[in-house]
Design a protein around this ligand. Structure first.
Ligand SMILES: [Cu+2]
Length: 125
């Protein structure tokens, strides 16, 4: 009777210890980066608000490549962190840098800069 209890307790302890190494799996972002998806219909959402220091993930779900860059075109100087997204092949995704400045960051597709489908804004607050 006593021996059985000891076995059960040691099993419970080893199970608990074994699961511990898998728990620090968070990538530091909690629920993950805010995401902008590019499709043939355009960028979505066209406007989003994020807190200062956030990175934004751009996903190209279109069948064409896109070259995402900060406004204004062609200088790309408003929010240089967005220029890190750059060229995205179909299916590719990439994060911006940390948006550390409180301002509105407009962006566009540098390869098709006048097409409003590829225009969006990120409000950093
Ligand atoms: Cu441009």
């Amino acid at each position: 009777m006593r021996r059985w209890l000891a076995v059960v307790l040691s099993l419970a302890a080893s199970t608990c210890g074994g699961s511990a190494p898998t728990s620090p799996s968070g990538s530091g972002g909690g629920t993950g980066d805010p995401t902008i998806t590019i499709t043939s219909a355009g960028v979505a959402p066209t406007s989003m608000t994020v807190t200062q220091g956030t990175r934004v993930l751009f996903i190209n779900n279109d069948t064409h490549s896109h070259d995402m860059a900060s406004n204004p075109h062609p200088e790309h100087t408003d929010c240089i962190e967005l220029n890190q997204v750059g060229f995205l092949d179909p299916g590719q995704s990439r994060e911006s840098g940390n948006l550390n400045t409180v301002r509105t960051c407009g962006y566009h597709d540098h390869a098709d800069p006048d097409n409003p489908k590829w225009h969006g804004q990120i409000i950093v607050h």
